[in-house]
Design a protein around this ligand. Structure first.
Ligand SMILES: [Zn+2]
Ligand SMILES: [Zn+2]
Length: 579
């Protein structure tokens, strides 16, 4: 078993301290589970009343007293019978259930481990800190209360979950809390509403509704991605959204992924909404007998897929049921793998910096339960590593983290808040070509199996636009911006000239709107600023006569008056340079 990192032990130990504080406050509390999680910990309780935010302060205070008392985490191994008796007597039904679960899972185990901190005894295998005094009382905070079903199953009772965050030092905690506060301001669901980009509706949970302004962002990203793929020799295809279960049985999705697929019956057949595009791309490959001379074949598809995510786990654009992937599949000869990976890496290197995002690369290697031959894997891993070297890309290795059907390169990004996101994956696949009996004819006239490479650059439009919205805090760069220019006439007298300017910009495919002179000038400028329009053009008497515009930049403020033609040239160039 892997040794747990110290921070994880600290976080888990704090969950015991929290449970201990809850026990003090509610002696009749029933205890669920309390693991360490990313950035902190939680504990689930069944309590005599619903918690209110003020309770968190009281509990934190109690926790600090427990820490100050420097209580030991005392371990004891007791028999199942003893444990069951003790927890029954203490009226802890969830712990009794867990004891039975342990016994069911492994009948050979004779004892269970319990830990005591002060008066509180918990069923837990550890590890924990030596004593509560090791915790810095200023480096944790209880953050929220939510409902959580016992064991995550909606058929079970709803418990109350208390979340906390914890770090090794108070400084890290302060930084984390500041980051979270900033993240809340940047929440894409909130910005999406305010900027009129997209919305979500109860009738179609997990699927975004894209408004005209959101589509402007979407289309720019789509065109940019399509342009890059064209440059690197990809051919665009489009495939259906449904297929019979027979296809998913061959691909393996029916056996391994059925719970995440939407399926239904019609004309006595079972159909599934596609959760991935791969089998459909394969069908196109199979429409012809392919020769080694035809390879590589590089397909790209804007793939519209559906995954049956639990409604409770949906999270705006970050976790959706309806996804649109920027998908690619390459079919190639084994000796072409390295070059094809190089092509994909080149594309990725060209892609992300356009958004001011630095990609980080990871090579995931053979897991223990790998499929195929060891020699195939060794070669494939070498191909991936070589391609990374050829492209002069620094990378880290994630040992044994490859999928069972092939090694992969993962690409993570860090957004403006320092959060990491895994976006792109370049996945080598030995399995699908075999399952679908893919072939090509080699030089000697023999039938061989091609290699398949799956690659998405940013994953899904939904998630990527969600990330970008938060990364930019809604202030999209000019080329992506839903409204690039807003014309603000000083008064109605200049309506005609304003319309003329608007039409000229519009004819150049610049996204431009005009604010009528109904409201005061100051108010209209403030509104345009809130709408995060990149340029405001203010036109009055002087501007109309001289055929100029007074330019106001969203970020830099007034840029002064310039000839309209000069502004047009400036904005054209900036859009072209993807500024
Ligand atoms: Zn524990
Ligand atoms: Zn695929």
């Amino acid at each position: 078993m892997k040794k747990k990192p110290k921070i994880e032990i600290l976080r888990h130990s704090l969950s015991h301290v929290l449970a201990s504080a809850v026990y003090e406050m509610f002696p009749e509390a029933k205890f669920g589970m309390g693991p360490a999680i990313e950035n902190g910990f939680y504990y689930d309780f069944n309590l005599p009343r619903t918690l209110i935010p003020e309770d968190l302060e009281i509990l934190e205070e109690k926790m600090r007293r427990i820490i100050a008392a420097n209580l030991k985490f005392e371990r004891a191994d007791i028999t199942f019978m003893e444990a069951e008796k003790d927890f029954k007597k203490a009226k802890q039904p969830y712990k009794v259930e867990l004891i039975k679960d342990i016994k069911k899972e492994n009948s050979k185990i004779k004892t269970v481990t319990v830990y005591r901190t002060g008066n509180f005894v918990d069923l837990c295998s550890g590890p924990h800190l030596e004593s509560t005094g090791e915790i810095n009382p200023a480096s944790f905070k209880l953050t929220k209360i939510s409902g959580a079903y016992w064991k995550g199953n909606e058929k079970n009772k709803m418990l109350q979950r208390i979340y906390g965050v914890a770090f090794e030092s108070p400084k890290e905690l302060r930084q984390y809390l500041a980051m979270m506060q900033e993240a809340e301001k940047r929440d894409h669901k909130k910005l999406g509403r305010e900027l009129d980009l997209f919305s979500f509706h109860e009738e179609s949970q997990g699927s975004a509704f894209w408004h005209p302004k959101g589509m402007a962002v979407w289309n720019e990203i789509e065109n940019f991605g399509k342009g890059l793929r064209k440059k690197y020799g990809f051919l665009e295809i489009q495939t259906p959204i449904l297929a019979k279960d027979s296809l998913w049985k061959i691909s393996g999705h029916w056996d391994h992924y059925k719970d995440s697929m939407f399926h239904f019956e019609t004309e006595k057949e079972t159909y599934c909404l596609k959760p991935m595009d791969c089998p459909f791309n394969i069908k196109i490959y199979q429409t012809k007998l392919r020769s080694y001379r035809d390879l590589p074949i590089r397909y790209t598809e804007i793939g519209r897929i559906m995954r049956n995510e639990k409604s409770g786990e949906l999270n705006g654009l970050f976790r959706a049921r309806y996804l649109t992937q920027d998908d690619s599949h390459i079919f190639c000869l084994p000796e072409q793998v390295e070059k094809e990976i190089s092509v994909l890496l080149k594309m990725i290197k060209e892609y992300y910096p356009t958004f001011g995002i630095e990609p980080k690369f990871f090579l995931s290697t053979r897991p223990d339960d790998f499929m195929g031959k060891r020699s195939e894997w060794d070669l494939a891993e070498k191909n991936l590593a070589n391609a990374l070297k050829v492209e002069k890309i620094k990378y880290k290795e994630k040992e044994k983290d490859g999928a069972f059907y092939g090694p992969k390169i993962d690409i993570d990004i860090k957004d403006a808040l320092g959060r990491n996101w895994q976006l792109a994956t370049i996945q080598l696949d030995f399995q699908m070509p075999q399952r679908f009996k893919l072939e090509y004819i080699d030089k000697g006239g023999q039938k061989r199996i091609p290699v398949m490479i799956h690659a998405a650059i940013f994953g899904s439009f939904e998630r990527f636009i969600g990330i970008l919205t938060e990364h930019y805090r809604g202030s999209f760069p000019l080329w992506l911006s839903p409204v690039q220019v807003e014309i603000i006439p000083v008064s109605e007298k200049f309506g005609k000239y304003s319309t003329e300017v608007q039409q000229k910009l519009s004819a150049e495919n610049i996204r431009v709107t005009m604010k009528d002179a109904g409201e005061s000038l100051g108010k209209r400028i403030r509104e345009a600023q809130q709408e995060k329009v990149n340029y405001m053009l203010i036109v009055g008497e002087k501007e109309m006569k001289a055929k100029t515009v007074a330019v106001r930049d969203r970020d830099k403020g007034n840029l002064g008056t310039m000839k309209f033609e000069k502004f047009l040239e400036k904005i054209r160039k900036e859009i072209e340079d993807k500024k």
